[in-house]
Ligand binder design. Structure first.
Ligand code: 3PG
Length: 217
């Protein structure tokens, strides 16, 4: 059972990982995803307009729960929170990030893939782990193996996930959601094909929802 402030990860089983190059795309892109049913959004701090995008989406897209991704230090953590991020995702973890999460009372999904890393994250009090990069770190088999000693861990795998393998990940009981960029292909964003993105989001959600275990995760 997840603590209340992490319950949001169980809202929707697919979390789009968004890289926004043009600020003008932020709101229509987020709206397209929300229209397709994907309401939990991770906006990566990999582009100059990412923080402004978080601010605009938070203010203008109703129903979106906006998080900041690729957060690697406490300075970025604070900047994301100041722009309205509701949660923070990192490809890795550090004491600096753990402290920032506690200080800002903002949920953090730290990255971890090895037993030692998972132990460090759980011992620091962070129950939801971004398993990244998922496919090249052992994928489904590795997560299943980690669930033996770490039965209380909850995973959100990302990295190399798409329509062909998301069901394999979501079938693992400790996997609560998957993340990925396949629902926001760069060419579709560049061409402002918002309907296509809504379609991709809706397809992903349908597939993910159809394969969730009956007891619900
Ligand atoms: C990330 O944080 O970059 C995600 O893992 C995205 O990976 P993907 O592009 O393979 O979906």
């Amino acid at each position: 059972m997840l603590p209340d402030h992490y319950q949001f990860v169980s809202d929707v089983p697919v979390i789009p990982v968004m890289v926004i190059d043009r600020l003008d795309d932020a709101v229509p892109l987020a709206q397209a995803l929300v229209d397709g049913g994907l309401t939990t959004l991770e906006i990566t701090l990999r582009t100059p307009c990412a923080l402004a995008a978080i601010e605009q989406i938070t203010a203008q897209v109703s129903g979106a729960l906006v998080g900041a991704g690729t957060v690697c230090n406490s300075t970025q953590f604070k900047a994301a929170v100041d722009c309205g991020a509701h949660f923070v995702v990192s490809p890795g973890h550090s004491d600096d990030l753990f402290q920032a999460s506690n200080e800002h009372q903002t949920p953090l999904l730290p990255g971890a893939v090895t037993a030692t890393e998972v132990m460090a994250v759980l011992n620091a009090g962070f129950p939801v782990i971004k398993y990244f990069p998922a496919n090249t770190s052992g994928g489904v088999a590795a997560i299943k193996a980690l669930c033996g000693p770490f039965s209380s861990a909850t995973f959100v795998p990302t990295g190399g996930i798409g329509l062909t393998n998301l069901i394999d990940y979501l079938a693992v009981p400790n996997v609560i959601a998957v993340g990925g960029s396949w629902v926001t292909p760069a060419n579709a964003v560049k061409a402002r094909q918002w309907q296509r993105i809504t379609q991709l989001a809706s397809e992903a959600l349908q597939l993910a929802t159809s394969l969730r275990s009956p007891e619900g995760k």
